[in-house]
Design a protein around this ligand. Structure first.
Ligand code: 5GP
Length: 186
């Protein structure tokens, strides 16, 4: 892809760097208030949430550990329940931890629905989900994150960790993508 093509595919910025920073600051305060000094384990779902994780973990002041997972979901047709396959698991047992899953975007809700079931079965002290973006109009399973920073319409978005065919993760803002020929995520 040429630089011109790369830039042409960024249709328009929908959430600026400043808006993201302000929302993360607020979210950090909410997390601090929720856990009131109790230690937490932030679990990021790679790769899309890696930038959000880096910022949200620095916005909380409660004692905080971090962990990373990779998950892929497999479904057939319109079936609402599926199987999430963990391609990289946490490097510790989440039993007895106050766990917060840190996600980039909730779309159909399938991945997080499955992931929550899976982590719940490991007996955490509590389990919550924070997501940077939420696209409720695309929901297939009944899933509601505990904390969502921005609700967006049904756009395919890139930037701030979110990719199209592995590009654009390093954009500091969230943008709508122009076209997505090579992308199989939507
Ligand atoms: P769900 O199981 O909720 O349908 O899938 C969520 C995952 O789909 C996200 O973690 C993300 O990887 C991908 N996804 C959903 N919508 C978008 C989008 O607008 N842009 C990008 N880059 N990925 C998306």
């Amino acid at each position: 892809m040429t630089t011109q093509e790369y830039e042409k595919n960024i249709k328009r910025v929908i959430i600026t760097e400043e808006e993201i920073a302000a929302a993360i600051k607020e979210a950090g305060k909410k997390i601090d208030a929720m856990y009131d000094g109790h230690p937490i384990l932030l679990v990021s779902v790679l790769k899309g949430a890696f930038v959000f994780m880096a910022d949200i973990c620095r916005a909380v002041t409660v004692p905080c550990e971090i962990g990373f997972m990779c998950a892929k979901s497999y479904y057939n047709g319109t079936e609402s329940a599926g199987v999430v396959k963990i391609t990289m698991d946490l490097d510790r047992d989440n039993k007895d931890y106050h766990v917060i899953i840190v996600e980039d975007i909730v779309d159909t809700g399938r991945t997080l629905n499955d992931l929550c079931r899976m982590l719940c079965a490991r007996n955490p002290r509590s389990l919550r989900v924070i997501t940077l973006l939420d696209k409720p109009s695309r929901r297939i399973v009944d899933f509601k994150p505990d904390l969502s920073l921005f609700t967006i319409p049904d756009y395919f978005v890139i930037g701030y960790g979110l990719d199209c065919a592995e590009y654009y993760r390093n954009l500091p803002y969230i943008a709508e993508y122009n076209e997505c020929k090579d992308c199989d995520k939507k």
